[in-house]
Design a protein around this ligand. Structure first.
Ligand code: NDP
Length: 481
């Protein structure tokens, strides 16, 4: 029989008895000096950290990006070359609205986040399974999320709040149409595409900038459930996505995605009919074709879900030389708010946790705070900057070329010069007759209990996308009465 290690306190003190509390006689009471008892209870009280306000329910795994095409004419980022280059990554997928215990098979957008451990630091692409989003201005984001969460009095989800907000925010039409289509209820995350969604930039070795969008095409094929199928699945298991992802990786069936980019020059961006930095818009493939980059494969389950997936902290602020931001307003807000959320829920130095720690040298002067367990600069006298003690110093060769901006600082009405109907129409026209019928039915089902004046306001938007869209939903609402 193998020798078991000795059980200890967290301070390493051996524990003689882990079955019986220290009590005055067999009938008690207990003695306060039973530190092992107190430590166990105190630890249990602290096993939960704040769940994410959005994207709380998640699933994740580790894997690899393998480069299959040379895109060095667009970017100098070292993880993209040479051909065949492999970079480790961690992926986390999620639903958006449900809490941590929510069922997996729910109609909702799926988060699709990747952290690439590059030799030049971590690159996080924090996207979704949809190329667009519900709002284009981050000022509207907290209100939008409130409509997806629980009503303050009933503590129930509120279809009235959702459709009220959407019908007053027609920029949401594109994403609402995707959400209510087949792709709004995937069977699991192996069968979804991923999109970086925002517009980013790339810089090549000559510091020339292009705008770029990231796409990850599922190699497992798209698979969805109808509402009725999902209800049956949730009755059987609330963990259908975890079972599917964890199970397939355990048995060696590794899911893969084809990574692609779309590229737009700065000059082209000045002439598109739509704002290419608007998160409610795609770049049509006909104008900006997909360029292959590589393959993402997930091939290792975490050893500890909490440590490696619940504590995985993705932020669009993490970029590497050769990749940059763009004027996308939603991106700028997320650069602040994601890192801020992690400081709040994990602690100040969350980037030092093993799953978040870069696999390259990290040198900074941030000082104290929670999770301050990592080693600092080798020279303790170099604890400020600039200093005369060989502490880490800036490296001007990483400066990005200037980005010229113009326009008056103002609260520009985002509804002006924006067509919120053309791209939802292009999507609607992609659907075959059966897909359209399911779209109408899903919308009618989601509108249960919503006041008629809100439904009418939303129907007017569907009519503007396509008369068949509005009429189809009207017919489905009638059939559901
Ligand atoms: P294309 O016909 O060239 O591309 C259509 C895109 O739509 C493909 O990426 C396809 O993904 C995706 N798609 C197909 N069926 C559905 C569906 N039921 N729900 C959601 N997406 C679907 O057309 P365009 O590039 O001109 O775009 C037309 C419309 O397609 C857009 O308005 C947008 O709504 C949607 N779309 C466009 C994307 C883009 O980046 N251009 C990306 C995703 C959607 P796949 O190949 O994996 O089937």
């Amino acid at each position: 029989m193998s020798q078991k290690p000795t059980l200890t306190t967290t301070a390493g003190n051996p524990i003689a008895d882990n079955q019986n509390s220290l009590s005055a006689g067999p009938r008690g009471p207990l003695l306060l000096q039973d530190y092992q008892l107190i430590e166990k209870l105190a630890h249990q009280n602290r096993e939960r950290i704040p769940e994410r306000v959005v994207h709380a329910k998640g699933w994740g795994a580790f894997g690899t990006l393998t480069i299959t095409n040379d895109i060095s004419r667009y970017t100098k980022a070292k993880l993209f070359s040479p051909l065949g280059k492999k970079t480790e990554l961690v992926a986390r997928f999620s639903t958006v609205a449900g809490e941590m215990g929510a069922a997996d098979a729910e109609r909702d957008v799926r988060g699709f986040s990747l952290k690439f451990y590059s030799e030049e630091g971590n690159w996080d692409l924090v996207g979704n399974n949809t190329p667009v989003f519900f709002v284009r201005d981050p000022l509207k984001f907290p209100d939008f999320i409130h409509t997806q969460k629980r009503h303050p009095r009933s503590n129930l989800r509120s279809p009235t709040a959702m459709w009220d907000f959407w019908s007053l925010s027609p920029e949401s039409l594109h994403q609402v149409t995707i959400l209510m289509s087949d792709r709004g209820l995937p069977t699991g995350v192996r069968h979804i595409n991923g999109y970086g969604s925002h517009t980013y930039s790339m810089l090549n070795a000559d510091n020339q900038r292009v705008w770029v969008k990231f796409h990850f095409k599922t190699q497992q094929g798209h698979k969805h459930w109808s509402n009725a199928e999902a209800a049956e699945v949730v009755g059987r298991t609330r963990e259908s996505t975890q079972e599917d992802l964890f199970g397939s990786i355990e048995k060696g069936d590794f899911p893969k995605w084809r990574m692609c980019i779309q590229v737009m020059t700065e000059e082209q961006a000045r002439h598109t009919s739509y704002n290419p930095f608007d998160l409610t818009k795609v770049w049509p493939h006909g104008e900006f074709p997909l360029i292959e980059v590589g393959t993402v494969e997930l091939n290792r389950n975490p050893d500890n879900y909490f440590a490696e997936i619940e504590q995985a902290a993705f932020s669009p602020s993490n970029i590497i030389p050769g990749i940059g931001f763009s004027p996308d307003k939603m991106l700028q807000a997320r650069i602040f708010s994601y890192a801020d959320a992690h400081r709040y829920r994990l602690g100040t130095h969350y980037e030092a946790l093993p799953v978040n720690a870069p696999k390259c040298p990290v040198n900074h002067y941030h000082k104290d705070g929670s999770l301050r367990f990592f080693e600092g600069n080798p020279n303790p006298d170099a604890f400020y900057e600039p200093n005369s003690f060989n502490g880490p110093a800036q490296a001007p060769q990483y400066a990005e070329p200037p980005l010229s901006l113009d326009g008056d600082a103002d609260r520009h009405d985002h509804r002006l010069a924006n067509d919120d109907y053309v791209q939802p129409r292009a999507l609607f026209e992609l659907f075959d007759a059966a897909q359209k019928q399911r779209l109408f039915g899903n919308i009618a089902a989601a509108m249960g209990g919503v006041p008629q004046f809100i439904i009418d306001r939303q129907l007017a938007h569907f009519d503007r996308v396509h008369p068949d869209y509005g009429n189809g939903v009207r017919a489905a609402l009638k059939a559901a009465q």
